[in-house]
Ligand binder design. Structure first.
Ligand SMILES: [Zn+2]
Length: 251
């Protein structure tokens, strides 16, 4: 009898564990997908990950000619070349001088699940490089106001702890298409992915790639034809929450 009760308790325990596990994965999956600006206004935010590299130059030229500000989520490992690689310095200085925002995309672009300590170190190290680049350009910025996007849009339970430890104010994810794989996706599919996920307040995750010059102008034209404006973090007065005139950043 006692053995039977033990078995029933063990089965119940296993059942609850499985359900909890499925629920956790579901929560992560849902959180993983998207965040946005909560607004009814026709506004999108353009963001570019994985730079800085010289591939940003075409993107910057396009944004300049369209008078749009964007956010560039940089890896520390690329930004560390600021002091030694003149080409990287030119890109980063232009991003700052032309009113765009630099975001933190971790140092090594790894997976950090169950490794919060490493993630904290990498975000802090990259934040320091970002601050140094702004200072070089005589722009003052608070580290806690640097937007953060984890590599692969990672989102897991330990993020809350990381956010508190680093003092992250803006954890940004957004809609991720497959613009980073242009051989498979191609111009029209990339544009369709973004346009079919368009709604007020959407944040588009794009990538620093040379192929962006092929599809970005048409995407911007399509967005403007639908009367969309472009939200950004930094405004001309140096405020880092410029997007707030449209609404809050929600998850
Ligand atoms: Zn990335």
């Amino acid at each position: 009898m006692k053995t039977r009760i033990t078995k029933i308790i063990a089965t119940c325990f296993l059942f609850v564990s499985v359900i909890t596990c499925i629920f956790n994965i579901a929560t992560i999956k849902q959180g993983y997908e998207v965040n946005r600006i909560k607004t009814d206004q026709r506004v999108v935010m353009l963001t570019f990950d994985d730079g800085p590299t010289t591939d940003d130059l075409d993107i910057l030229n396009i944004l300049k000619s369209e008078n749009i500000h964007a956010t560039f989520f940089m890896t520390g490992v690329n930004l560390a070349k600021y002091k030694t690689d003149q080409n990287v310095k030119v890109v980063v200085d232009r991003i700052i001088k032309e009113g765009h925002t630099i975001g933190n995309h971790t140092y090594n672009h790894n997976e950090y699940i169950h490794n919060e300590k490493k993630l904290i170190e990498e975000i802090q190290k990259t934040n320091q490089l970002i601050e140094n680049a702004y200072v070089e350009n005589n722009v003052s910025i608070l580290k806690k106001e640097i937007p953060v996007r984890l590599s692969y849009l990672q989102y897991f339970k330990g993020i809350d702890f990381v956010e508190k430890q680093v003092g992250i104010k803006y954890l940004v994810r957004g809609y991720l298409g497959t613009d980073y794989n242009e051989e498979i996706t191609g111009k029209n599919k990339i544009i369709n992915q973004y346009m079919s996920h368009l709604s007020p307040g959407k944040i588009f995750v794009c990538h620093t790639r040379s192929y962006a010059k092929v599809w970005l102008p048409k995407l911007i034209t399509n967005l403007k034809e639908k009367s969309y404006s472009f939200a950004a973090f930094r405004d001309d007065a140096g405020q880092m929450d410029s997007y707030k005139k449209y609404g809050k950043l929600v998850f």
